[in-house]
Design a protein around this ligand. Structure first.
Ligand SMILES: [Zn+2]
Length: 399
């Protein structure tokens, strides 16, 4: 659904005060004074900031516990401990991926998010039930937010026989991305894991997004195997690495060749600005011309209690992690939570220029740095020209 709308008196991108006209869901004019045809809805602003819609390019909508009773986190310290704890909790709590994903989607929209890339667990415990719920949410909310889904073998692919067949079915059911996870550290079969997911990518003509927590040489070796397959299959520009902690190594001799290969193959990186791991330097990635997006990852799930799906807050975490202090540096953090994520999702027509799709939000702040640091309530959120949230309240509520 698209719409017409005239927003008077805002400051697009933090620039001077302008009127912004939307016609048929696209930005038709930005000028000092714009007139609209009779009947066009008008929103009056008083110099608030108009920013391009936030892009959560890495989350797990199916796992959030938003709206559920408090869960005591007793998971052990390792990745495998957390995965096992999650599977057990999901069974005991009878998690409903459709209901839970809709709750996070509503909260994301209320906070200015217009695009979401969510992973969805595919495993032999849960089968395709989670994906079915997520597909229902994507369909029900498609006029309010763009959602792409990645089939994600959270519990292992080669180490859990039967998962690959489920992943294949998940792609046939409509997943947009083939997901992968720590081919060495979780699956202990990097060649098998990567051949399997790149095989699915080739079969369905879909891009790949691999969670890579593996540190130092282990992560570097996995990346080298990913580079080989990306080259061999002509998949430059169709691969994304989430987390990529090995790029946060302090050893330049490990990191530099990896960055150069990522740039050569146009492989994107997603970061969350993590607090407790080595993490790639956003500035170094951007200086190497690598596409960088950002995501909230899990929001109040069995892994961690934190987060409320706000990508302005994520921009703050990324700023903190990268020691961004000056206003122009904070703006860089928001850049990857907006344009960077849109470039990862290959979202056509994204932006605040005339001709772009009118996906935007309005916030009372003097500039981008204040918006990130103070995170005021989102006054308006607009999706394809239609108001989908006002004063921090999504026009549709999840159950
Ligand atoms: Zn994740």
């Amino acid at each position: 659904m698209s719409a017409n709308l005239l927003i008077r008196g805002g400051r697009p991108g933090g620039g001077p005060v302008r009127d912004l006209l939307v016609q048929d869901g696209r930005i038709a004019a930005i000028d000092e004074s714009v007139e609209a045809s009779t009947g066009t809805p008008v929103e009056m602003l008083a110099g608030e900031l108009i920013l391009a819609g936030l892009v959560d390019a890495h989350t797990h909508l199916d796992k959030t516990l938003l709206g559920m009773p408090w869960h005591e986190n007793t998971a052990g310290p390792t990745l495998l401990d957390k995965i096992e704890h999650e599977r057990r909790m999901r069974r005991e709590w009878g998690m409903d991926a459709g209901r839970q994903s809709a709750r996070q989607v509503a909260q994301s929209i209320a906070q200015g998010t217009t695009h979401i890339l969510s992973h969805v667990d595919i495993d032999t415990d849960n089968g395709l039930a989670g994906l079915e719920g997520m597909l229902a949410t994507r369909e029900a909310w498609k006029d309010l937010v763009d959602i792409q889904l990645a089939a994600f073998p959270q519990s292992g692919l080669m180490s859990r026989p039967g998962t690959l067949a489920l992943m294949d079915t998940a792609m046939a059911m409509g997943c947009d991305w083939v997901g992968g996870l720590d081919p060495y550290a979780i699956d202990r079969d990097p060649k098998g894991h990567l051949d399997a997911i790149f095989g699915l990518a080739e079969k369905y003509g879909r891009p790949v997004d691999i969670h890579l927590h593996e540190p130092e040489e282990m992560g570097a070796l996995t990346l080298s195997l990913i580079f080989e397959r990306t080259r061999a299959l002509g998949m430059a520009g169709q691969v994304t690495i989430s987390h990529a902690f090995c790029l946060g190594s302090e050893r330049e001799q490990i990191v530099r060749p990896l960055l150069d290969a990522l740039a050569e193959l146009d492989i994107a990186v997603i970061t969350t600005g993590p607090s407790g791991w080595t993490a790639p330097s956003v500035r170094q990635l951007l200086e190497t011309d690598i596409r960088v997006g950002a995501g909230n990852d899990g929001v109040q799930d069995t892994w961690k209690h934190y987060g409320d799906a706000d990508m302005l807050e994520r921009a703050m975490f990324i700023g903190l992690r990268n020691r961004f202090c000056r206003d122009d540096e904070v703006a860089l953090a928001l850049e990857i939570c907006t344009y960077g994520g849109a470039a990862v999702m290959r979202s056509a027509g994204y932006g605040l220029d005339v001709g772009c799709v009118a996906d935007l939000f309005v916030v009372a702040a003097t500039g981008i740095a204040e918006a990130v640091a103070r995170r005021p309530v989102r006054k308006l959120v607009v999706k394809r020209g239609r108001i989908v949230s006002r004063e921090g309240k999504c026009v549709r509520q999840a159950c």
